[in-house]
Unconditional design. Structure first.
Lengths: 353, 338
């Protein structure tokens, strides 16, 4: 036994390695993960609230939700301190007080109508302070794009996770138990698929103002049917394999057989469809927002931004930047999906060399 | 272990019928009588070979004994008795159609070796996980004790212990079948159903696996039901051979009786299909059957074999077949031979 035994790799590990060799998908995957992580922290980078304020010998941290009355900071307005103004005034006063603002000190929902470098009525074209300009209410486009990215991706991940969980469990039950469960279950799935999605969303959003979670729930409830049929098929195929018979002959429970024996062998459609479902979910939110049935008004959403671009067709920056962001994101997700599909392609491993 | 004591297994009038559905409303349009009134018994430490062509129901019998039909096809109709005594002094239980929970304690005593070594091992599990699976269910050994036993078993079936962390795709067919055997042995069963365990293997590997199974039988005091279509393999391993045709046993006797002097016309035909190594050997005694085995959906009345039988008579259509002793315990289901 002098040869060093090579480490055994599970099927998943081999596919993961293969995925990593597909550069376009792998880099997109890394980039998207990093961007999403950063966007989760974006209040630290893009915000109109100061990170740290030293005023009158005391420290304040407004960015973590601390509320500071404007009066107490020598500003003659009602409500919260305007930190950008405070930053300017403390700098001019040149005293002990100072304000540390985020690098890009604008909030997505803030109307920047009094800014010195934004003359006239909004929307304003890009300037050196507002890199992507402002929209028709004078809100900073870059801030809205970044916050919109966070919402889009969170929304899409939420929809895909929830709808896939639902679809997988239902598909597994249909496929595993078969027989009557399957016949009647499938009819129910078919009837459910027949419900008109858009009308339901319109009706629901006219009753309640949808927030992100309600929309995720609605979309998930209308999105699980596809994957459930794939899972059903996978389970039908895997169920007839002898390793399942062996598990039954050992006396394993239904639960163990479904989740520990069959499920790991049936994940190919889930993993390969998930990126494309993510694309579909992002686009759905965009189109719902575009139509006005999506997230309520001040929320920075890409669909609403594209809609503004359409209404202000002469302001190129209102069309170009949101569409470029949308295009870039969807393209990266598609690259990931493509790479996953190739990594899962059985022919790659069985090819004669 | 005295072979003369209580039989390990007594199968009485076993029937396994699968309903066939058709039409838009999926109503029952027929019944596949895969096993139709089968009776045999099995002594402790014996190897019973079940032979027959495709569709004769031999695999179905094996799977009925281990109670695989009901969990996989809930609509199956089972009847008859499969009376099983795991140990000499344990009470007999009827395994036929037992529910999941009721069957579970007996699962440890009856295990199965599958035909296809490629689909019978879960590709996502390591060898260790595969073999320790049954131990997790039926013993209360802890993780280390289980691993130790897995390594022992691996060694016993002729594999290196360091293979335990590997995945099935890294092994050859013969090695995989050894893993399957190790898994079947994991709970120390008394009965093993071997469903064509060597038919998917190379001839050279077949002999190794068969010899391994014989050694293990001696060592662990096993009893086998050995399902196969290759008669020379069965003759090598079996003490008794049962020939099946269309869901029934047509002849059962000691391996020598059935292999050397078959009496039922179907057994004769089956035996003459065994290739002889000498190409110049006399072929005049060969019986070649016409046509295929009839579909078990619409069986011929009376003797099922009459449509292909060289000695069929008109009366055969009205026969009620019984296995008759034609001397020295050789039971044949045909009244026209002796």
């Amino acid at each position: 036994m002098s040869q060093t035994p090579q480490k055994s790799l599970s099927v998943f590990q081999r596919r993961w390695r293969k995925f990593k060799t597909l550069k376009r998908g792998w880099y997109s995957f890394q980039a998207l993960i990093v961007l999403y992580m950063l966007s989760l922290l974006c209040p630290l980078f893009i915000n109109n609230k100061a990170l740290v304020v030293k005023y009158g010998g005391e420290y304040y941290f407004p960015v973590v939700g601390q509320f500071n009355e404007a009066r107490d900071f020598g500003q003659r307005i009602i409500g919260e301190v305007e930190y950008r103004t405070l930053a300017r005034s403390t700098e001019e006063a040149d005293g002990d007080d100072w304000v540390l603002m985020p690098p890009y000190a604008f909030h997505p929902n803030e109307s920047l109508l009094d800014e010195a470098d934004l003359p006239g009525r909004p929307p304003h074209f890009p300037t050196s302070n507002h890199w992507l300009g402002t929209d028709n209410r004078g809100r900073d486009v870059l801030a809205r794009l970044v916050y919109g990215f966070r919402i889009s991706i969170t929304f899409a991940i939420g929809v895909v996770t929830l709808s896939y969980l639902l679809g997988m469990v239902i598909g597994q039950i249909l496929g595993y138990f078969g027989g009557r469960v399957d016949i009647y279950g499938q009819r129910i799935v078919e009837i459910w698929s027949g419900l008109p999605f858009l009308y339901t969303v319109i009706i629901i959003s006219s009753i309640v103002t949808p927030n992100v979670w309600v929309l995720i729930l609605i979309l998930a409830i209308f999105r699980w049917m596809g994957i459930s049929l794939y899972m059903r098929g996978e389970f039908y195929r895997e169920k007839s394999r002898d390793y399942v018979a062996a598990a039954i002959a050992q006396g394993e429970s239904h639960w163990t057989i479904m989740f520990r024996h069959i499920l790991p062998n049936s994940l190919t459609p889930v993993v390969s469809f998930a990126p494309f479902a993510l694309v579909a979910a992002i686009s759905s939110l965009v189109s719902l927002d575009f139509l006005g049935f999506g997230l309520p008004a001040p929320t920075p959403s890409w669909g609403e931004m594209v809609n503004q671009g359409l209404q202000n067709i002469t302001k190129w920056h209102l069309i170009a930047f949101p569409l470029a962001a949308l295009f870039g994101t969807l393209m990266m997700v598609v690259f990931i999906g493509e790479a996953i599909r190739e990594a899962f392609d059985p022919k790659v491993f069985s090819r004669l060399r | 272990m005295s072979p003369e004591a209580t039989p390990l297994l007594e199968v009485q009038d076993l029937k396994v019928w699968f309903p066939v559905y058709g039409g838009i409303l999926r109503h029952q349009v027929g019944t596949v009588k895969a096993v139709d009134g089968l009776t045999f018994s099995l002594k402790r430490g014996e190897v019973l070979g079940l032979v027959g062509e495709s569709g004769s129901g031999k695999t179905t019998v094996g799977r009925a004994v281990i109670n695989l039909h009901k969990p996989m096809y809930p609509d199956v109709e089972l009847s008859g008795e499969i009376s099983f005594r795991a140990r000499q002094d344990s009470p007999a239980v009827n395994l036929n159609g037992l529910g999941r929970a009721a069957m579970k304690p007996h699962r440890a005593d009856v295990q199965m070796i599958f035909q296809d070594p490629f689909s019978s091992l879960n590709p996502r599990m390591t060898v260790l996980q595969i073999i320790e699976g049954p131990m997790k269910i039926h013993t209360d050994l802890n993780k280390d004790a289980r691993k130790e036993r897995v390594l022992e078993l691996l060694q016993r079936v002729g594999l290196q212990p360091q293979y335990a962390e590997r995945y099935p795709h890294e092994f050859s067919g013969g090695q995989r079948q050894r893993i399957g055997i190790a898994r079947a042995l994991a709970t120390r069963p008394s009965l093993i159903i071997a469903d064509e365990p060597v038919s998917a293997l190379d001839v050279s590997v077949q002999a190794q696996v068969i010899n391994l199974m014989l050694e293990l039988k001696k060592e662990f005091g096993l009893t086998y039901i050995f399902v196969a279509h290759d008669l020379s393999v069965v003759y090598h391993i079996a003490d008794r051979i049962a020939v099946m045709y269309l869901g029934n046993i047509v002849e059962i006797g000691t391996a020598d009786q059935v292999y050397r002097a078959p009496k039922h016309p179907y057994s004769k035909a089956l035996l003459s299909s065994v290739p002889k190594p000498d190409p110049r050997s006399d072929k005049s005694g060969r019986v070649i059957l016409q046509g295929d085995i009839p579909t078990p959906l619409a069986k011929p009345s009376g003797c099922g074999f009459r449509t292909r039988c060289p000695i069929a008579k008109p009366e055969c259509a009205g026969l009620t077949l019984e296995l008759e002793d034609k001397g020295k315990g050789q039971m044949v289901a045909c009244p026209y031979v002796d």
